[in-house]
Write a protein that binds this ligand. Structure first.
Ligand code: PEP
Ligand code: MN
Length: 366
């Protein structure tokens, strides 16, 4: 259930309504929008009577029931206003959200050694990425495959952060590692395989750290949003959803199937910002650029791209990793398209863009 307060309701009245509801064993969750304040009610709201709640204050404009099972994640919960996740990085605050530039997150699948992670971070930054990604703890199908360097890799990420000022996104797999991961990460990643690890979701929810929640391998959109609900319900509003491809019947040519329709569907269901990861979705570097372009066209707020200085030698996910050159080229290609949609910041070398077809497209659209 949500309560929409009238325009310019005094703060004291909002607090009074919240106090009254708390006394009825309901948790009020205030969301302050540009014009209005919406109070989300969480708890056993089935027995509440909207008409009675309406009587609590003359400043209440409307009382609505949220029918979806995901309450806090639902768009109604914020009365149709999309949320933003603001992340502080050494280079300044970066905002994930609909009215902001597309945030590019780039880096290797795994942190391999100091030289490679610092070198990759510098390349990613020069090309316009705002975050460095890199796994310290890797979820691998085979127990014999490289599992990540763990804690020592976190130190290397911290070093790359210090050198470049980029924010860090890295995965936590185990609740026991959360404090260590959160001490280095600016955004903590919950990987596809852990999307429904409920104790882990609760624990990242309790930290308040921004969380990147990847879609499970075979998770429905509703299961994914319910997973987000765990984090939100634990008190952490800073959740970014990441579509990274799902399982389907034809995976001969791609690793997964990028569910591009998830973006407009999510937009109709949730206020949370959305990232697309075309690297894990396609599993092949040759298909990453076109899917990145499609992601921008469909309105993604952020992109995650795997980049490796030498993909052939990568300890994990080499086939889907872009070389530095290919990444720079991709950034040049997506810049005019994102600009066209009003969602790009200046690249260091934005003025030297090549004569790509996108230029013609943008010019012809003027
Ligand atoms: C990753 O981002 O490195 C990763 C393992 O992704 P996913 O959980 O989407 O497979
Ligand atoms: Mn990977």
């Amino acid at each position: 259930m949500i309560i929409i307060m009238k325009y310019q309701t005094p703060l004291s009245e909002i607090e009074r309504v919240c106090d009254e509801l708390s006394n009825q064993n309901i948790t009020p969750d205030k969301s302050v929008g540009k014009d209005k304040v919406v109070i989300g009610l969480v708890g056993d709201t089935a027995s509440l009577n909207p008409e009675q709640i309406q009587q609590l204050s003359p400043f209440i404009e409307q009382v609505l029931r949220v029918k979806k099972p995901f309450k806090r994640a639902s768009l109604e919960f914020r009365h149709g206003e999309y949320s933003e996740v603001v992340v502080q990085t050494p280079n300044g605050a970066v905002t994930f959200g609909q009215n902001h530039p597309v945030v590019v997150v780039a880096g290797p699948c795994s942190v391999e050694n100091e030289e490679m992670i610092v070198e990759t971070a510098l390349i990613c930054k020069a090309a316009g990425a705002k975050f460095l990604r890199g796994g310290a703890y890797k979820p691998r199908t085979s127990p014999y495959a490289f599992q990540g360097h763990g804690e020592s890799a976190l130190e290397l990420l911290a070093k790359a952060r210090e050198v470049t000022g980029l924010g860090i996104i890295t995965e936590v797999m185990d609740t026991a590692d959360l404090d260590k991961v959160a001490s280095v990460a600016d955004v903590v990643q919950i990987g596809a395989r852990n999307m429904q690890n409920f104790p882990l979701l609760r624990k990242v929810g309790a930290t308040g750290k921004p969380v990147l929640l990847k879609r499970g391998l075979s998770a429905t959109i509703e299961e994914w949003l319910m997973a987000a609900e765990y984090i939100l319900a634990a008190g952490n509003p800073n959740v970014i959803l990441c579509e990274r491809g799902i399982r389907s019947f034809d995976q001969k040519y791609t690793r997964n199937v990028l569910d591009i329709s998830a973006i407009p569907v999510l937009r109709s269901l949730t206020h949370l910002p959305i990232m697309i990861d075309p690297s894990h979705a396609t599993g092949k570097s040759e298909f990453v650029p076109s899917m990145a372009i499609a992601s921008i066209a469909v309105g993604a707020d952020s992109l995650m791209i795997e980049v490796h200085p030498n993909p052939a030698k990568a300890l994990s996910d080499g086939p889907q990793s872009l070389t530095p050159e290919k990444f720079e080229q991709l950034m040049l290609e997506i810049a005019p398209l994102a600009k066209f949609f009003g969602r790009w910041t200046m690249l260091p070398f934005a003025t030297t863009m090549s004569t790509h077809w996108l230029h013609e497209f943008v010019d012809s659209a003027k």
